[in-house]
Design a protein around this ligand. Structure first.
Ligand SMILES: Cc1cc2nc3c(=O)[nH]c(=O)nc-3n(C[C@H](O)[C@H](O)[C@H](O)COP(=O)(O)OP(=O)(O)OC[C@H]3O[C@@H](n4cnc5c(N)ncnc54)[C@H](O)[C@@H]3O)c2cc1C
Length: 496
């Protein structure tokens, strides 16, 4: 499934990497990595971005790309878990991220639609309670929200909290501008280069798949979930997948909306030439933990047909982002790296502002700058809510793993070939094996995720193998698509 923004893209010309030594390596060319790399290159440093796929290919290019300080029910949740000064540091970071991005778009001719952002109550019960709570939390944090009883939308609501003058962008237009600018400042972007490991403590040697190693002083992991396990970040992150539709519509609501309560619905408008588009997102769940991904797309379609019957679908897609155990982004350094390996993730689907904020903080750390809000976030104390969040993430991982360890789900595989577009997991002898048929090709692979040994599940919307432990995903032939894994699924024993 391809997002509206990634449709019809030309192939990306990679820069070359001859090996050798640079000052900074940034791993990952999403919004976090590209902004970080640009800030470092502008400061005169030699920067190489290593990207496993192509710029924007993973989460950024699949984002609905609302650039907003009002973020569903985030503030009421954060105030319940953190001290006020930590939450204010979060707001300040996001405000800086938003302002930086909008200034950047204005200076580089990237189109922006200024729109109000709304957290709406879809019912008069729990939905209304949460929307009101968010309204109070946002007011308390001086966000300038107002309450609207009647929202001009064709689906039922019990009102919502509104923050004016937020923004919508095409995330790939942002990526394109960043790439061009980075190159103009001497930065290089090497695609098809998957980082597999890092050694050394003084100088760091970065080992890539399909290319030479590169030596650097500072390394930024802007890979979504970090691809090095030494910080155990995977245990503090929850990989959340969600779904989106883009539809032509004669008059989509000119606002960004998100429901305060499940099932989540997120809407925005967009322009494509003369066409007016409506984007509808939602139906989130932890990666790999659902009976059928396709059903989530169907539910989103049904809801959209009911409320926007004149809309015509032009794209549908899904993607994942990482929520953290304490709901705050992880903008940190790896333990034991002498502050040379930097990590930025955990935006909980609000990375257009948080990703830029993380880049500003990370570049400042490397350049010996001081960003008080970032320091406050990094030094936040561990509170009871965070411990509960950590326990919840890992209880889910354990439950998911136990299902397979018990072998309950793994029946012996027979010789039947899965139907086109389908995949099955079972045992060949004692070995968990994953077999799928896509585009007429049947592939049998080890079903054991190369990250931490979870058993993969078939994603029937994306036709991929997804690991329900930490969100690694693989193509039908076993190549890594995303997540913390860096090595492909192995061919099943006895297959070629
Ligand atoms: C459906 C959906 C809708 C969203 N909507 C919004 C929204 O409206 N507003 C908002 O603010 N946020 C939104 N988000 C969140 C936001 O899009 C993300 O937080 C943000 O794009 C993350 O950017 P990133 O640079 O950290 O990660 P990515 O864009 O995923 O970039 C990471 C890059 O690292 C590369 N990589 C990974 N591993 C390796 C490796 N080993 N070697 C080399 N490269 C590697 C990947 O290929 C990838 O290109 C949404 C997220 C989703 C899933």
């Amino acid at each position: 499934m391809t997002s509206l923004w990634l449709q019809d893209r030309e192939s990306f010309p990679s820069d070359s990497l001859d090996g050798g030594r640079v000052q900074d390596v940034v791993v990952g060319a999403g919004i976090t990595g590209l902004v970080t790399a640009l800030l470092l290159a502008r400061a005169g440093r030699q920067v190489v971005v290593l990207e496993a796929r192509t710029p924007g290919a993973v989460t950024t290019g699949n984002s609905t790309a609302k650039v907003s300080l009002l973020q569903a029910t985030r503030y009421s949740q954060l105030l319940g878990r953190h001290s006020e000064d930590v939450v204010r540091a979060y707001v300040e970071g996001n405000r800086e991220g938003l302002e930086w991005l909008l200034r950047y778009c204005a200076e580089h001719d990237v189109g922006v639609l200024r729109r109000p952002a709304v957290t709406y109550a879809s019912d008069g019960g729990e939905g209304l309670r949460r929307a009101k709570e968010e309204h109070e939390a946002a007011r308390y944090l001086d966000l300038g929200v107002r309450w609207e009883h009647d929202l001009p939308v064709p689906f039922p609501t019990s009102g919502g909290t509104v923050l004016d003058e937020q923004a919508e962008v095409d995330p790939m237009a942002v990526v394109d501008a960043l790439v061009k600018d980075l190159r103009a400042h001497g930065g290089r972007i090497v695609t098809g280069s998957r980082v597999r490991g890092v050694t050394g403590t003084g100088q760091l040697t970065v080992e890539c798949r399909g290319g030479p190693s590169v030596v650097c002083d500072q390394l930024v992991l802007a890979t979504g979930t970090p691809v090095l396990d030494r910080g155990l970040h995977f245990a503090r992150l929850s990989p959340e997948r969600s779904y989106a539709l883009a539809l032509e519509h004669p008059a989509p609501p000119e606002m960004m909306l998100i429901s305060s309560h499940g099932p989540s619905r997120s809407l925005r408008d967009a322009r494509a030439g003369d066409a007016r588009l409506l984007l509808v997102g939602g139906e989130g769940h932890t990666v790999g933990r659902t009976d059928s991904e396709r059903l989530h797309v169907d539910r989103l379609r049904r809801w959209t047909r009911e409320h926007f019957p004149e809309a015509t679908e032009v794209a549908h897609w899904s993607a994942q982002d990482y929520g953290s155990h304490d709901l705050l982004p992880v903008i940190d350094t790896m333990p034991g790296s002498s502050e040379r390996i930097h990590v930025a993730t955990g935006y909980g689907k609000w990375g257009m502002t948080n990703g830029v904020a993380a880049a500003l903080a990370t570049a400042a750390r490397i350049l010996d700058g001081h960003v008080p809000w970032a320091r406050r976030l990094q030094d936040r104390p561990v509170r009871a809510g965070a411990v509960r969040g950590f326990a919840a993430i890992n209880a889910g991982v354990v439950a998911s793993g136990a299902r397979h360890v018990a072998g309950a789900a793994l029946r012996p595989l027979d010789d039947t070939t899965p139907a086109e577009g389908e995949g099955v997991v079972g045992r060949r002898g004692p070995v968990p094996t994953a077999v799928s048929t896509v585009d007429g090709r049947t592939c049998a692979l080890s079903a054991v995720c190369t990250h931490l040994g979870g058993v993969v599940e078939w994603n029937d919307a994306e036709q991929s193998w997804d690991c329900s432990l930490h969100g690694s995903r693989f193509s039908p032939s076993g190549e890594v698509l995303e997540g913390p894994a860096t090595r492909p699924l192995r061919p099943a024993r006895g297959s070629d």
